[in-house]
Every structure is written in C-alpha cells, then in structure tokens.
Design a binder for this molecule. Structure first.
Ligand SMILES: C[S@@+](CC[C@H](N)C(=O)[O-])C[C@H]1O[C@@H](n2cnc3c(N)ncnc32)[C@H](O)[C@@H]1O
Length: 288
C-alpha cells in the first residue's frame, strides 16, 4: 500500500484508531510480569518476555551512547520503565518524557515519585510530533517502539531535529509495516482485514514504507550518519513464540492480545520489518 492510498488505490480507507484510545483500552495491561513494558522485546539472548523487553531497552540505551552528560527527550515512554532503567544504568543528567496517553503518564509520574527520581525523570503528557519543548534543548531523542503510531513519523523526525542540539543523536526502535502483502483486487477481503488490523493498531497509512524510505526521510529531515538496520530476526520470531506459548503473557494482554495474535497470522505480519535507526543532527549546519 502506498503512503497515502487506501486499500483499493485510494477508494476505500479505514480510519486509524487514535493511539491514545488504543492505550486507554489496553489500560495497565502490559507485556511483562515485572514492570509494565510494552515492547516486543530483543530476543538475541532472552528467554522470557521480561528479559527480552529489558534487553530492548538496554540495546537502545547503548546504541544512543547515553552518558551522565546527556539531557534526553524520550517520546512514547509507556509507563516509564525504560526511563527508570536508563537512569539507573547510564545516569543521564535528565530525561523528559512525552507521552500521548494520560493514564500512562499518571502511572509513570506516580512511579517516578515513589522512587524519588523526580529530579531526574520528568514524564509529561504531550505529542511526539508537537512536544512544545524549546529548540535545541537536548542531546538525545529516543523513540522506543512508538514512532509507527505517530501522525506522522515524518513530522516526528522534523520535531526531533528541532529539539536536538547540534551533534545530538536520534535513536529509534521501530516496527514498520513495509507495504502490500496481498493484492487487494485478487483478495479483497484479506486486504480489507489487513487494513482493519493496521487501523486498529493505530498505524497511520502514511507510516507504511520500507526501511530504505525510512532512511531517506531521516536524511530529508536534515540528519546525517543515518543508519537503519533491520533487527527483525531478533525481535519478531521470539515475540510470536511468546505470544502463542506464554500463557502469562496472553493473560496479561487482555483484549489487545487477541488483536496481536490475529495480526501475527495475517500477511500483514509477513510484511513487517523491525528496525534500529540512528541519526545525528549535524554539528555545524542549520536544520531547517
Ligand atoms: C508500544 S507502546 C511502547 C511503550 C514503551 N516505549 C515500551 O517499550 O514499553 C507505544 C507508546 O507510544 C505512545 N504514543 C503513541 N502515540 C504517541 C504520540 N503521538 N506522542 C507521544 N507518545 C505516543 C503510547 O502512549 C505508548 O506509550
């Protein structure tokens, strides 16, 4: 499916469920037994969903090269488990979180307060595409498994370029539906079902494109040293196995679990990539 066209080349479009509604329905149903993680996990060495979610957070923190000198903006932080992890592991100077789901922000603020980390982590309600934060306010912007929801991912790239100081780093772990898995003219019902799952999972049609286009859009937003690497094989097989074989995960997921299991049986899933993307705001040039 091209960015802007509907299932039948623009004729039929299923409206995308807003992400804050999806996560309102999901409430505090999370993937992990400990904490409230909501990512598919990095399964290179992990054996359980808890280990895999934390391994993903570790991978992103290491890829960002977080240090005690860094001020970080973390968009789509879920319930802030990742910010708590990075604060303990890498001790960045400060993390400002921006999340569209009010219920998650409430829980995150409460957890941060209970841990006495208010000076270090500041979870706020807001949109990744219009954070309201000042220009050049941070050294690192992170989006861990959330940019596929943004309206649009491209607008977020522009916002991240604005927020970063010269030389600052952008890191994303991102699930990307890459395009048409079925021909809508030959298999109209399957195509419609796929599109319905996309819409129900709050993925705007404009965010559907392969990783080469992803890299080109980062470069077009003014980033340099762009690297978009597929880590699909370390993410999706492990996640799918857990989804079908871990009864605890299924129970915790509640209604969202049905949707995810349904999706993993559709060609939409085969058309999915999962990437680790890194880019740098140029040190000298002005980003427009
Ligand atoms: C799949 S969850 C990932 C949560 C967390 N990063 C983790 O790994 O556990 C996606 C997150 O993105 C947030 N989100 C979706 N759209 C957003 C937007 N436009 N701006 C900020 N956050 C958004 C959701 O509220 C949710 O917290």
């Amino acid at each position: 499916m091209s960015e802007s066209k509907g299932v039948f080349g623009g004729g039929l479009t299923i409206p995308t469920l807003p992400a804050r509604w999806l996560y309102r329905i999901a409430s505090t149903h999370a993937f992990t037994e400990r904490g409230l993680y909501l990512n598919l996990g990095y399964w290179a060495e992990a054996r359980t969903i808890d280990e895999a979610c934390e391994a993903m957070v570790e991978l992103v923190g290491r890829t960002a090269g977080l240090t005690s000198a860094d001020e970080v903006v973390d968009v789509g932080f879920g319930f802030a488990d990742q910010d708590i992890y990075w604060t303990r592991r890498f001790a960045p100077r400060r993390i400002i979180g921006v999340n569209i789901t009010p219920g998650q922000v409430r829980v995150a603020r409460e957890r941060v307060r209970e841990l006495g980390l208010e000076e270090r982590i500041d979870p706020r309600e807001g949109s990744a595409t219009a954070t309201g934060l000042p220009d050049a306010c941070c050294d690192v912007v992170i989006a861990l498994e959330c940019a596929f929801h943004f309206d649009t991912r491209e607008r977020f790239f522009a916002e991240a370029a604005r927020l970063l100081r010269p030389g600052g780093r952008l890191v994303l772990a991102d699930s990307i539906p890459t395009g048409p898995a079925v021909d809508p003219w030959r298999h109209p019902l399957r195509a419609l079902l796929n599109d319905a799952v996309r819409a129900a999972l709050s993925v705007p049609r404009a965010n559907v494109y392969p990783r080469e286009v992803y890299a080109a859009k980062l470069a077009a937003a003014g980033f340099e040293a762009v690297r978009v690497e597929s880590i699909r094989d370390q993410v999706l097989p492990g996640w799918s196995r857990a989804l079908f074989e871990d009864p605890g995960l299924r129970r915790r997921l509640g209604p969202v679990g049905w949707l995810l299991r349904r999706m993993s049986r559709t060609p939409l899933h085969e058309g999915f990539d999962y990437v680790l993307a890194v880019a740098r705001r140029p040190s000298t040039e002005t980003v427009t």
